[in-house]
Design a protein around this ligand. Structure first.
Ligand SMILES: Cc1cc2nc3c(=O)[nH]c(=O)nc-3n(C[C@H](O)[C@H](O)[C@H](O)COP(=O)(O)OP(=O)(O)OC[C@H]3O[C@@H](n4cnc5c(N)ncnc54)[C@H](O)[C@@H]3O)c2cc1C
Length: 406
């Protein structure tokens, strides 16, 4: 019997770990390099829409994820100034019925744990932590990867290399995309906090995702950890990049600095913000879509390929879609590695670009003020739940059948 193909993956975030599973299920042997000493996710909660959970189901990892996550009953959208309901998107069983698998919210660490456990149970996958991919060379029909682990320099030969190394991807630069294509500063900062549920206002304890829209700011909250914690993300506009080095990320930030953005908001929203004490701030970047994610033997995946603003809550979901498509491409093309990588690229580039661009637009819509905001609220208020669900089919449904935004 022929030796299985060997794929190396740089990066053990949601994208890299899901890709490891997908490639192993497609019959490849996989070595995954993660530079951190342990698999861990900074940040707090994550919404995973049905387009992601359907891929997780196909990889056999949805059940453990569902045990750790929660399925919110609805997305409730409120106007910041007076707390008035603007719209409600039914989720829960309705989402599952419409899109085939549930829409869930989960702590990032819980999702990562489920993925790491599934990879560890798969004999074809080797997980290496504390191992940084330093470079690679494509030669002799394969790819030689140079990595550093502790004081040890490693050389590993593989048939393909997947760059799942995140927003500031080293591999992206190495395949010739990096220099002309720096991350674009969005002018927005995400402030994130977790609050013990008992400390949060009653309205925020419900099994729902709350979205508040204000001028130049918005707020999202939902429960995680079996309802023990409330995850809060507050997005403000500002010039943090002018004050800070551009790559500051996950910095402890005094909550007082963001408070003025919410000073004229409804008391419920202010109460929720006041209930959190430990805020972390994340300056937000994306990149304009690239048409090419591959060179022979090497492909990018997840944020390395298409970092996006979080306003559709789709970055991790798109990384999961990438991983599924990569596995499918190897199933279809077998040992023809370059054909598999080309098929992966053509299956994914347009879809991911549409999500990147729609996320940008969504941010602008969320932060409208004055007459534009009045018009937005009117349109939202008149939209029936059925119409709202239909508008999400392109994103949460099967991308193979309906991939365009409406
Ligand atoms: C405020 C905010 C809220 C968000 N909310 C959502 C949401 O609700 N739903 C959603 O789907 N998405 C959301 N996202 C997006 C999501 O977090 C990311 O898109 C997703 O985590 C990207 O996963 P990734 O595996 O591609 O990259 P990363 O998670 O960045 O993982 C990259 C990994 O590569 C490792 N690495 C880097 N360089 C090397 C190297 N040279 N060698 C080895 N390892 C290396 C890093 O240590 C890291 O572990 C949000 C993002 C933000 C900022």
């Amino acid at each position: 019997m022929a030796e299985p193909l060997h794929a190396a993956i740089a990066g053990g975030g949601v994208g890299g770990l899901t890709a490891a599973l997908a490639l192993a299920r497609a019959g490849l042997r996989v070595t995954l390099f993660e530079r951190a000493p342990a698999f861990e996710e900074v940040g707090a909660g994550l919404q995973l829409a049905s387009n992601a959970t359907s891929r997780l189901r196909a990889l056999g990892v949805l059940d453990p994820v569902l045990r750790l996550g929660l399925a919110p009953e609805q997305l409730r959208i409120r106007r910041a100034r007076d707390g008035r309901d603007l719209a409600r998107l039914p989720l829960g069983p309705i989402a599952e019925l419409r899109w085939g698998t549930p829409y869930i919210v989960i702590h990032r660490a819980d999702l990562l744990r489920a993925l790491v456990e599934a990879c560890a149970a798969e004999p074809a996958i080797t997980l290496l932590t504390g191992a940084t991919v330093m470079g690679f060379a494509v030669a002799n029909g394969g790819v030689e990867i140079g990595a550093r682990r502790g004081n040890e320099n490693m050389r590993v030969e593989a048939d393909a290399l997947i760059g799942a190394d995140g927003l500031r991807s080293h591999l992206r630069e190495r395949i010739g995309l990096g220099l002309s294509d720096q991350p674009a500063w969005s002018g927005r900062v995400a402030w994130r906090a977790l609050v013990p549920t008992g400390d949060a206002p009653l309205f925020a304890r419900k099994l729902e995702t709350g979205l508040w829209l204000g001028a130049r700011a918005h707020l999202v909250h939902y429960p995680v950890r079996q309802g023990e914690l409330i995850n809060i993300v507050a997005i403000t506009e500002g010039d943090w990049r002018a004050n800070d080095a551009p790559d500051l990320w996950n910095i402890a930030g005094a909550g007082a600095a963001m408070a003025p953005s919410f000073a004229r908001w409804h008391a419920d929203a202010r109460g929720l913000i006041a209930s959190a004490s430990d805020w972390r701030r994340w300056p937000l970047f994306d990149r304009s879509p690239a048409r090419r994610w591959t060179i022979p033997r090497v492909a990018l995946l997840g944020d390395a390929a298409h970092p996006m603003l979080p306003f559709l809550a789709q970055g991790a979901a798109q990384a999961i879609e990438d991983a599924g498509a990569l596995g499918d491409a190897f199933v279809r093309h077998g040992a023809d590695i370059d054909a598999a990588l080309a098929a992966y690229q053509s299956a994914r580039v347009a879809r991911a670009a549409a999500v990147v661009m729609t996320s940008r637009r969504q941010g602008a819509i969320y932060h409208m003020s004055g007459p534009m905001a009045v018009a937005r609220d009117l349109v939202m208020g008149q939209m029936s739940p059925a119409r709202m669900l239909a508008k999400m089919d392109w994103l949460y449904g099967d991308p193979a059948t309906d991939a365009r935004p409406r």
